[in-house]
Design a protein around this ligand. Sequence first.
Ligand code: UDP
Ligand code: GLC
Length: 385
Amino acid sequence: MMSNERVLFVDHTGQIGGAELILLDVVTSRQNASAFLFETGPLSAALAARGLKLIISQHGSGLSRFRRDSSVLSALPLAGRLAAIVVEIARAAWEHDFVYANSQKAFVLAALANVLVRRPLIWHLHDIISSAHFGAAQRRMQVLLANMCAMRVIVPSEAAAAAFVDAGGRRGLVEVVPNGIDLKSERTLRSELRQRFGLPAGPLVGVFSRLAPWKGQHVLLEALARLPDVGCIIVGDALFGEQDYAARLRTMTAELGLVDRVHFLGHRNDVPSLMQAVDVMVHPSIDPEPFGRTLVEAMLSGVPVIATDAGAAPDILERGRAGTLIPSGDPRALAAAIASVLTTPEQVATQIDYAAQRARAEYSLGRMLDTIGAVITKVRLGAVA
Ligand code: UDP
Ligand code: GLC
């Protein structure tokens, strides 16, 4: 996807979540690209390391922790700052051929900037637009701006596409581009990894998502209370202001008598290796997952997956052929699924072989980059509806 268009990538956060990991892959193959961020953080450092010119807002610090379901009214005191960011984006857009917004907040402000400086605007929408994550006014504004200003809306799954259309977004704008993941870690023996990481022997499950109520780590804790012999690692931290939830998880662990069995490892940069140390990867989101990179990472790592049957998970896990699907927010069903995976190794071996093949075939990084490159070219050639 090497190309000379001058693209301005816009993101609201300086943190690196799944959406930003995708952004880091998308920018890698582009020359003449810049990134406009609302704040500095690990993301700005990673983008600079990839050779992007960085433009950091003078007014955006802390906005990424502003809740996205906040009312328009509570956003009013921020209106001045938001307007200033709009002007900053417009100024930056002036020197670029395209604007590529990688988050909801980035898109809304980039769309408003588009009124001042018109540039083709692409929205890479990594969220499921629904009442679980966005207030009614926000949803209306997002789709209205998308219908008016976006040349294309890229989403990672049919579930995210359907939610955008249900909220009033134009179907013709949508390009479904499944996330692509390139795992470089080698396969290592589970026992060796347990030793390396100081993890106990015996049945061990893991969850590898940032800590946030909708990611559902609490459901796993409740399931573990029913499985006295099973240990667990909780990998990830609260990246976007969910510290209360992180504290609640620790309190729950104590209240449920799980302190000896549950290990909180915080945010880690060695997830692919850590994943191979567990017997089962659990993805217990209680709201539909727009994609879920960790599902594919586990499939590529040869680790059995148990995930909530909602959002993109049933597609990625091919309706249960490449992993186990469970109802949302149901600790009893999760406990039963964990027990079943731990006690049926032959069945699981067939499933993980199939899952690894499927992940390599359907969710390769190369395919994602080629498809996004083609979307950008299509927009450049004006061959869009
Ligand atoms: N991740 C990580 N360190 C952690 C926890 C998670 O590097 O401690 C990575 C994980 O491997 C995955 C990404 O963060 O690649 C999370 O992406 P996903 O799509 O699963 O969820 P998101 O957080 O974007 O909603
Ligand atoms: C978002 C979604 C996650 C998706 C990621 C990359 O953070 O929550 O499901 O995998 O973006 O698209």
